[in-house]
Design a protein around this ligand. Structure first.
Ligand SMILES: Cc1cc2nc3c(=O)[nH]c(=O)nc-3n(C[C@H](O)[C@H](O)[C@H](O)COP(=O)(O)O)c2cc1C
Length: 384
């Protein structure tokens, strides 16, 4: 481990700035952007930061402990790596780098259906600990096959997604030709030439592909046909009828991601799900929506004793994780922060970002005299 990394990149913002300089603009903007005018993207982080915590300095305090039990496993920290699609576009091998780092730090890693390593490989790298996020296939046969593969790979938690009934409207990706179907313009090629390390590593590693979906894709698809294949293969809109058979089939823990209101949380409880991730996809789907910390507070109050309530979207630091726990979440996930880390630092990025967040969170806990993660709500001054 290069120790100068700690000095050069002591925050996720530093990693983000480094990532911007290391990868082509179209790849950085795909990672960094929200949707439409980016209102929801910025609201996520700024609303989390309105949450304030109370320190108790003169209390009896032994060392703070961030180990957290979730779904029968004790993780070393109360946060994990959210599913991100097309990770290999941002840095070659990034899902593998993150899966390994998550395993070494004993935190959860969620693999996206549409990322660039397979369920089987992620499972191998994490000794069967990786979770899997499923985009909803239109055909039952495909759905069943993917679920069986996740089961055979020993995946303990299946995450189904409800907040992508339609693709988000992302002007930057449209400008960059990254919408479906994607196009490779002269502008993009010039951007690649300006990032030689990324270009060389990508060349050596080979073009990123949808590793989990490869067995179902016709050979030799060109970019135009790929868009059509994805459109035909997946129907994003989830409903209770579609969740029921998955609940019957999947014997492991089942989590619904993308919950943004109490009504959907109530349905998740009724359908016998094990957990929900209150999420707005990092502000990439509904620009006019609420930040996630707001519905989190309401949902945790009403359903926190019936289902595991987790949250993602907008979290960028240890203090942000602390604010999220104080507002009622039992676990937090981060998407972009880890990808900034890998885009900035390559193979060291996963380890550095996780270590940084752990150090920051430990500092907050010691500072406010919070001994365990579940005690955070006792330190809440102002909820959002
Ligand atoms: C570039 C990018 C791609 C994403 N792809 C997926 C995906 O394939 N599946 C999924 O469930 N969520 C996906 N998400 C959403 C993340 O899982 C997560 O909800 C979000 O990143 C959390 O917000 P944060 O980035 O502010 O931490 C993606 C997010 C980003 C930034």
């Amino acid at each position: 481990m290069d120790l100068s990394i700690n000095k050069k990149y002591p925050s996720v913002d530093d990693l983000r700035e480094r990532a911007r300089k290391k990868i082509p603009k179209f790849a950085f903007e795909y990672l960094d952007g929200g949707c439409n005018e980016d209102v929801n993207l910025h609201k996520n982080t700024s609303d989390i930061r309105d949450v304030e915590l109370l320190p108790y300095y003169l209390s009896k305090h032994t060392r703070s402990e961030m180990k957290t039990e979730l779904f029968g496993h004790t993780y070393d920290a109360p946060f994990g790596i959210a599913p991100v699609g097309l990770q290999g576009l941002m840095w070659p091998n990034s899902p593998e780098i993150l899966a390994k780092a998550a395993f070494e730090h004993n935190i959860p890693f969620i693999l996206s259906t549409v990322t660039t390593t397979s369920i089987e490989r992620a499972s191998e790298l994490t000794e069967g600990r990786a979770w899997f996020q499923l985009y909803h296939p239109t055909e039952d046969r495909l759905r069943d096959d993917i679920i069986q593969r996740a089961d055979a790979a020993g995946c303990p938690v299946l995450v189904i997604l409800c907040d992508v009934p339609t693709f988000g409207f992302r002007p930057r990706d449209i400008r960059n030709g990254l919408a479906m179907p994607p196009t490779m313009s002269v502008k993009n090629i010039l951007q690649i030439l300006g990032r030689p390390e990324w270009a060389l590593k990508t060349l050596v590693h080979g073009q990123p592909n949808f590793a989990t979906l490869k067995p179902y894709m016709p050979k030799g698809l060109d970019l135009k046909q790929l868009g059509k294949f994805m459109d035909q293969t997946f129907s994003g809109r989830l409903n209770e009828e579609k969740i029921k058979p998955i609940r019957d089939m999947w014997k492991g823990k089942l989590v619904l991601k993308g919950v943004a209101n109490e009504a959907d949380a109530e349905k998740a409880v009724r359908l016998g799900l094990d957990g929900i991730i209150v999420s707005n996809h990092g502000g990439r789907q509904l620009d006019a929506g609420e930040s996630t910390i707001r519905p989190l507070v309401r949902i945790a109050k009403e359903y926190g004793d019936q289902i595991k309530v987790m949250m993602d979207s907008g979290i960028r630091s240890g203090p942000d994780i602390a604010r999220t726990m104080a507002s009622g979440a039992e676990f937090a996930f981060l998407g972009r922060s880890f990808m900034y880390g890998v885009a900035a630092l390559g193979s060291q990025g996963g380890n550095h970002t996780i270590s940084l967040l752990k150090t920051e969170l430990q500092q907050v806990m010691e500072q406010i005299c919070c001994e365990n993660i579940k005690d955070f709500p006792d330190h809440l001054i102002k909820e959002i």
